[in-house]
Each structure stands twice: as structure tokens, then as C-alpha cells.
Design a binder for this molecule. Structure first.
Ligand SMILES: [Zn+2]
Length: 208
């Protein structure tokens, strides 16, 4: 049984995670993005129901169950559509405790070009991105987008590009999800820079 104390703890964890993203270089000009956490062993999700992660505060935290029913807080219609992406990940992956979505500029460049980020940088291998970052086919955010995300979900993968949209990363903890998001953005920047030199080379011997 969850107590008021638990709520305050997870609410504060979510605000800290959102602040960490806002302080990274991941946000696009609009500051758009959202974060959610699922406390281990529960079927509840805490979500940042705000149009931007800049200046995110505790008053915009919403608690939901995995069916999308709001248990605490207010979910505006635009956020209600976006939260479906997060719930799709949690339903498919019991190991995931945090989902992070941004429009980080370099990775989103690949997403709007419909091009996957391949495993061309060493840190990707170490942090579970050795299969690269696939592109999930475009769908308007909401149920249709969630369906495509679910279809693309495979065990041991921690990131995907949402075609014509942005980036989704997920991991056991908020710290790990943010780290993966940074690695994806870094790999995308390298890919764009290497394009001027004939294009990035895949790491030898990795799955294509
Ligand atoms: Zn978005």
C-alpha cells in the first residue's frame, strides 16, 4: 500500500530527473520533453505533465496506473497523448523504471530523416546500444504511436528514434535513461560530423 510519504519521495525523484534533463544539453529550443518513473515493483507511473521540462515543478506531477488512469494530479489533453508512449514501454518492459523523451537536436535530425543511428561509436557498445538506435515508423502521438513503439520493443534495447518526432530512451533508473539519451545525442552528433568526411564507419564485427 502506497503512503503519502511514498508519493512525496517519488514526486521529488521525478522533479530531480526532469531538472537533470533540463540541465543537460538535450533539450531543443522549445524545451519540449517528458520524463516518467515507475517505482520498482509497482504498476504506477509518475509523469511530468507539462509542455516543457524547463523549470519543471512538483505541481505538474501526475500519478497514473499502467492503463493510463489518473490517480493523482491533472493531465492536460496534450500530455495525455504523450504519456501513452511511456506506458507502452512500461507495459512491454518490466525491467524499465524510467522513460525519457526529448527532441534532442542531433538525434532528432536522424529521426526526421528517417535514418537509424548505427553503432559507430565505442560508448554505444558498452551501454547496450550495440545494435544502434532504430527508427520507429511515424504515427501521430497517442495510441497509434504507442502501438508502433510496442511493436519495435525488444529485450535489451534502451533507445529508439521516433520518426519525424524525437527520441525515446528507457532504463532501470532515471540516471541510466539520461545517460543513454546523452550517448544517443553524442553518437548522432558524431554521425553528422563524420558525414563531412565520407560518413561514419560501423564498429567492426557488430550486428547490423
Ligand atoms: Zn515529442
Amino acid at each position: 500500500m502506497e503512503t503519502t510519504g511514498d508519493y512525496a519521495q517519488y514526486r521529488d525523484e521525478l522533479v530531480a530527473a526532469a531538472t537533470a534533463v533540463a540541465n543537460s544539453e538535450l533539450l531543443s529550443l522549445s524545451g519540449h520533453g517528458n520524463v516518467s518513473i515507475r517505482p520498482a515493483g509497482t504498476d504506477q507511473v509518475y509523469y511530468t505533465a507539462a509542455p516543457t521540462l524547463r523549470g519543471f515543478g512538483a505541481q505538474s506531477v501526475v500519478r497514473l496506473d499502467l492503463s493510463g488512469e489518473v490517480l493523482q494530479g491533472t493531465l492536460p489533453p496534450l500530455s495525455a497523448a504523450a504519456v501513452e508512449m511511456h506506458l507502452a514501454v512500461y507495459r512491454s518492459r518490466p525491467d524499465v523504471g524510467c522513460v525519457l523523451h526529448t527532441h534532442s537536436p542531433a538525434a532528432t535530425t536522424f529521426a526526421v530523416a528517417g535514418r537509424p543511428i548505427r553503432a559507430w561509436a565505442e560508448p554505444m557498445v558498452i551501454f547496450g546500444l550495440d545494435g544502434g538506435v532504430p527508427v520507429v515508423p511515424y504515427a501521430l502521438r497517442g495510441i497509434a504511436a504507442a502501438k508502433n513503439i510496442r511493436a519495435a520493443m525488444t529485450p535489451g534495447h534502451y533507445a529508439m528514434l521516433l520518426e519525424n518526432h524525437g527520441v525515446l530512451t528507457f532504463h532501470e533508473s532515471a540516471k541510466q535513461a539520461l545517460h543513454v539519451a546523452i550517448l544517443v545525442e553524442e553518437a548522432a552528433r558524431l554521425g553528422l560530423s563524420a558525414a563531412a568526411l565520407g560518413g561514419p564507419k560501423d564498429i567492426p564485427g557488430r550486428p547490423s
